[in-house]
Design a binder for this molecule. Structure first.
Ligand code: GAR
Length: 192
């Protein structure tokens, strides 16, 4: 069976990327990480790529704060296509993707978000859920569209909010669920 070629994009520490690479290494995910790309030079996700021997690139994002410069997004598409990537996996990538990459990978870009979407899109979703007095939150894997955390939902997992939770404690609990859910959903794309 052919293995699904992944391109993983992230801006942060990369714990979800690590979970995916560990599942691949353990033979539990029929995928290959072809390329790991970050818009943040010192991001932990690039160290994880090196640790696992996956080709990796720092992509200077350009002058915008929330998206990539158009020619940078074009360069990103070129790199992903050049590496033969079939599924683009956003793992803590903190920029909005625009038309060029969406058109190049239709229904082939997925994102992980730390809330039960459509509740709490955007930044620090765990803190938003806490501030809203929710008793339950969770995480969502969804297709990426041109909006912010608005694409079609693929899968969700609930996470309880306990009395006395701080944002940090709650985020850590959500991340445990994320690290199970994301590899499982990627597995659904493997093998047809
Ligand atoms: C994850 O919790 C992910 O859900 C969140 O960033 C974190 C990345 O952690 N993504 C978003 O908020 C996207 N809107 P990681 O770098 O340890 O995988």
């Amino acid at each position: 069976m052919s293995r699904l070629a992944l391109g993983i994009l992230g801006s942060g520490k990369g714990s979800n990327c690590r979970a995916i690479l560990e599942q691949i290494r353990a033979g539990k995910l029929a995928a290959d990480a072809r390329l790991i790309i970050s818009d943040v030079f010192a991001a932990g996700i690039l160290d994880i790529a090196r640790e696992f021997g996956v080709p990796n690139v720092y992509l200077p994002p350009g002058r915008f704060r929330t998206r990539l410069e158009p020619q940078v997004e074009m360069e990103l598409v070129r790199m992903l296509q050049g590496a033969g990537v079939e599924l683009v996996v956003l793992a803590g990538f903190m920029r909005v993707l625009k038309e060029q990459i969406l058109a190049a990978f239709p229904r082939r870009i997925i994102n992980l978000h730390p809330s039960l979407l459509p509740k709490f899109p955007g930044m620090e979703a765990w803190a938003q859920a806490l501030a809203a007095g929710e008793k339950v939150t969770g995480c969502t894997v969804h297709y990426v569209d041109a909006g912010i955390d608005s694409g079609e939902i693929i899968a969700q997992r609930e996470v309880p909010i306990a009395p006395g939770d701080t944002p940090e404690i709650l985020h850590a609990r959500i991340q445990i669920a994320e690290r199970e859910l994301y590899p499982e959903v990627i597995g659904r794309f493997c093998g047809g």
